[in-house]
Design a protein around this ligand. Structure first.
Ligand SMILES: Cc1cc2nc3c(=O)[nH]c(=O)nc-3n(C[C@H](O)[C@H](O)[C@H](O)COP(=O)(O)OP(=O)(O)OC[C@H]3O[C@@H](n4cnc5c(N)ncnc54)[C@H](O)[C@@H]3O)c2cc1C
Length: 220
């Protein structure tokens, strides 16, 4: 049975972003996926990568990649990271669910990537990158809302091209670690739509997560 991990970063349980995350989860479950959600705000996820990420003492000059590599070999990650690594290992599909903030992901989600896509497991050391990345064999995609309208994105448009804005996430985080990246599912400006528009958009999200096998591949 395929397994999905949705990493969700929105501070409001009644947001549209959270509603579409649940819609995606239900669509996956309806196809036989088991689904796990890391709801980062609800979990009070710690975004700061630091010495507390490791159960071993780190004295002197702290070198995060080296410390991660050693912890990967000795299994000495702090319990919150170890738990996310287990979830990640179980997942065939990885979904980042978030509102676009400053043309990127919320800091909490970036902090999840900093602390969980660790050297020695997700990339680097005895593990490679891209086709040889530690997360190879998994598929992933972004599910997000924006404040800007769809027409604000594109060549020459006000906010620029979406695939350029998303490059650091889709290529720099997911594909870098070997995750095959599917086309993102975007709900543009839900705040500006009518309730009917939003209901329709939830249908678009449901359809997208029901037809992942035919979704275009962006990287991988
Ligand atoms: C720090 C920061 C930086 C930002 N940077 C950017 C940026 O770079 N680019 C950009 O485009 N935007 C940006 N934004 C805007 C942000 O992306 C939007 O505010 C966000 O994506 C809107 O989605 P939401 O789910 O939070 O909306 P909400 O306000 O939570 O939801 C919209 C509406 O949907 C309703 N709703 C909730 N559930 C349902 C449901 N089940 N069915 C129907 N309706 C429902 C809600 O009641 C609400 O009326 C930024 C915002 C912040 C705070």
């Amino acid at each position: 049975m395929p397994h999905a991990l949705i990493v969700h970063a929105h501070p409001e349980a009644n947001s549209f972003c959270t509603a579409q995350m649940h819609e995606a989860a239900h669509a996956l479950q309806a196809q036989g996926y088991t689904v796990e959600v890391s709801d980062l705000y609800a979990m009070h996820w710690e975004a700061e990568l630091n010495r507390h990420d490791f159960t071993q003492d780190i004295e002197g000059h702290f070198k995060p990649p080296l410390a991660q590599q050693q912890a990967a070999e000795a299994h000495t990650f702090a319990p919150d990271i170890a738990a996310e690594l287990e979830k990640l290992e179980r997942a065939d599909l990885l979904v980042f669910s978030f509102p676009m903030w400053w043309f990127s992901v919320p800091a909490l989600l970036k902090g999840w990537v900093d602390r969980v896509f660790v050297r020695g497991v997700a990339y680097g050391g005895s593990v490679g990158t891209f086709v040889e990345g530690g997360l190879r064999g998994k598929r992933g995609l972004l599910l997000f809302t924006t404040g800007s309208l769809e027409e604000h994105f594109g060549p020459g448009a006000r906010d620029g091209e979406l695939d350029v804005l998303l490059f650091h996430i889709q290529h720099g985080m997911l594909w870098f670690c070997g995750v095959q990246v599917l086309a993102p599912v975007v709900s543009f400006a839900p705040v500006r739509g009518t309730p009917e528009d939003r209901q329709r958009q939830l249908g678009v999200v449901r359809d997208a997560f029901t037809t992942l096998d035919s979704r275009p591949i962006i990287f991988g």
